[in-house]
Design a protein around this ligand. Sequence first.
Ligand code: TLP
Length: 346
Amino acid sequence: MQRIDLRSDTVTTPTEEMRRAMAAAEVGDDVYGEDPTVLRLEEAAAERMGKEAALFVPSGTMGNLVAVLTHTTRGDEILLEAESHIYDYEVGGLSAVAGAVPRLIEGRRGKFGPDDVRAAVRAPNIHFPRPSLLCIENTHNRAGGTVWTPEEVRAVARAAQDLGLRVHMDGARIFNAAVALGCSAAELAAPVDSVMFCISKGLGAPVGSLLCGSREFILAARKNRKMVGGGMRQAGVIAAAGLVALDTMVERLAEDHENARRLAEGLSSIPGFRVEPEAVQTNMVMADVTGTGRDAPTVVAMLADEGVLANAMDSRVVRFVTHKDVSAADIDAALAAIGRAVATLR
Ligand code: TLP
């Protein structure tokens, strides 16, 4: 049986060009700042994001944690969207490790506006933790890969910065947002103080993320990365794949977006599946499967029996993510398999 893995774009495997670059990478000890390939990747990442400097970290989770550690001091308050990855999916590191107190903003498709920021920041008072950081997520994962435009980013960043807060963007999939909007990642990142993006998701590299910001911020972040155990040695071996990812894998994300629309359309005509077409903006499709009369984990198990892998987001919603290792033909095959699985229910 053909296996079509739509659980996440993290399942992508490195291209032949990445493997060749990894095998040939020039390396050194990066804790001494001596790995030339890591230095090149950090430089390329900073340039792509329009920031002064960048730091290579093993994961998006560590990139976000190091950003939080660097922007805040223990007991500070962080404003985040209620379903943000930093709050929901990073094992509570913002509180457990960085000692920060989350204050949640209810988003609409993962987004909110400057008024929401102003309403969430309370006037200084002896009782309150000090609000010092706002985090936004672009694209927003739990909302289904939805996109913040440069104008939307600018408006909330300005509102937060006017109130004395710094702004961090979890841009794990910022290139999906940029490709969907037809703008540069730098335009999206311009208003924020720091941005993290992943090379290990849609871009297909095996490991790693980059945290980008001012030179001073990255210097402090480098120390925090060391503290949380993220100081790597001959990391050029993995950074080499990141350079290939930035060079060759960005524009093709449009294909994943096209496949997500194809999948969304097909799912909409499967009985019991409901997809909001406006929410399908990049490489994710969230399908409400309550109409099947089964909960999402049960539907996921049924699809797996037909060779289609997806993730349950909660009891009602199944997430499908398109990526470089699934073609339009695979999407059609997945739709046929899902149709077969659902037909057994009637
Ligand atoms: N997201 C993963 C899972 O953790 C849910 C996925 O399959 O989508 N920010 C965002 C917006 C993310 O979606 C992710 C990963 C991360 C950060 C963390 O990246 P890693 O997995 O490299 O720690």
